[in-house]
Design a protein around this ligand. Structure first.
Ligand SMILES: *Cc1c(COP(=O)(O)O)cnc(C)c1O
Length: 412
């Protein structure tokens, strides 16, 4: 058998793989997870292979049929959306052509596509450029790195509701982390900001990870650099809820996770800069073998611009906004159901869709572990556990989730 056979399309193998994917995704998501199924794979690297079709067949059970169904009507849990079908095709194209955004030679068009996607998104945030990253953990690190390089900042000031990626970035960059208390709505306490911010990067959060709270984004005057962590709520800037992000246009940098509320496959995020040219120059390294300087943290990286470009072309701004607005309405509906129920408690009305709620009489964590056919996440807010329902699943049904919680409450 010639060894290069597997590098040409196996039309039948591909059709079968796609057929199985379509079959799984056409059924209502109700996976029966067998935790042992992966253990049934060989315990050591197999000496001889079984071939591509057989390997896909072996993995179809665990990887397709037993995957979490983020499109399930009962999935109102984490910041992980189901993805639109055209991103599946675009991701397969990207894997098959394997363009590397690092080199113009290996991505003559993909690099331009990345630039195009940035050009489409940046203006809504008052930014003039940026680049794609695998998510906001890397976007936040990149932005703080830029701030340190360009301003000599030595401290990062952030509220106690910050995502852990900020502490990580501060540690890596040798910046002191100053945590300002959050108020009872999880927003940064403006009155407790340090007076002198001349050596500080102020990080404001547009949608905190636990409750979706919005820091006031018009802060940070006098700071060396203002970064907005808009990992979660950034896309709302394109919607009728845009005003929630007023002030973001004054920031020096913005992080957005496209694999959250832009419904992208992982790993796709965006880091944007108000003045991208000096930032990219400061974050550039030109190895001798590189035809173009390597900008930012990543070396080789995938063409995640392709699924994002396909989605933005397919939907347009209005299509993205419509889906975010519908998800916001899902959050509101869940909040309504909870407020109307005597046995359930709502933490606060949602600001950016995320709903924190819990049964009145039973610990949230205990009920969550008994949930069947529905999923919520759990967040700690001021030392108390609450359900956290993130409405990023356009197929979610809040009533379904509430019913499942009720069933879990009755079977003690
Ligand atoms: C999700 C999130 C992050 C981290 O983003 P990833 O894309 O998971 O790396 C950072 N900040 C906030 C507020 C988030 O919600």
């Amino acid at each position: 058998m010639p060894h290069e056979e597997d590098f040409a399309p196996d039309s039948e193998g591909l059709h079968e793989a796609l057929r199985r994917l379509i079959e799984v995704r056409s059924q209502r998501g109700d996976p029966h997870v067998d935790p042992d199924s992966v253990l049934q794979l060989p315990s050591a690297l197999p000496e001889t292979g079984v071939g591509g079709r057989a390997a896909l067949d072996v993995l179809a059970g665990p990887a397709l049929e037993q995957a979490s169904r983020l499109d399930h009507p009962g999935f109102l849990a984490h910041m992980d959306p189901p993805t639109p079908w055209m991103t599946w095709a675009a991701t397969a194209w990207a894997a098959a052509l394997n363009q590397n955004l690092l080199h113009p030679d290996t991505a003559p068009i993909a690099r331009q596509l990345e630039g195009k996607v940035i050009d489409w998104l940046a203006p809504a945030f008052g930014m003039d450029g940026g680049h794609l990253v695998p998510g906001s953990t890397i976007a936040n690190l990149t932005a703080l790195w830029a701030a340190r390089e360009l301003t000599g900042a030595r401290r990062v000031v952030i509220s106690t509701a910050a995502h852990l990626s900020i502490a990580k970035a501060a540690r890596i960059l040798g910046l002191e982390l100053v945590q300002v208390p959050a108020d009872d709505q999880q927003r940064l306490r403006v009155d407790l900001l340090p007076d002198d911010l001349a050596d500080a990067v102020v990080v404001l959060i547009a949608g905190t990870v636990a409750t979706g709270a919005m820091d006031p984004l018009d802060l940070g005057h006098g700071a060396a650099w203002v970064h907005v962590d808009a990992a979660w709520a950034g896309p709302l800037r394109l919607s009728k809820h845009a005003r929630l992000l007023d002030g973001i246009e004054a920031a020096d940098s913005v992080a957005i996770s496209a694999h959250k509320w832009l419904y992208q496959p992982k790993e796709c995020g965006v880091v944007l800069f108000a003045d991208a040219e000096p930032v990219h120059a400061a974050l550039s390294f030109g190895g001798g073998y590189l035809a173009a300087p390597n900008i930012g943290l990543l070396g080789s990286h995938a063409n995640t611009a392709l699924p994002l470009a396909v989605t933005l072309l397919a939907w347009g701004r209005a299509g993205v906004a419509g889906r975010n607005e519908a998800d916001m309405a899902t959050g509101d509906r869940l909040a309504d159901l909870v407020s109307d129920a005597a046995d359930l408690e709502l933490w606060r009305r949602p600001t950016t869709g995320i709903v924190n709620w819990r049964p009145r009489d039973v610990a949230a964590t205990a009920v969550r572990s008994r949930l069947q056919d529905a999923w919520v996440s759990v967040a700690d807010i001021a030392g108390h556990s609450w359900f956290r329902s993130v409405p990023v699943n356009p197929l979610a049904d809040p009533q379904h989730v509430v019913n499942a919680v009720r069933r879990a409450l009755t079977q003690r």
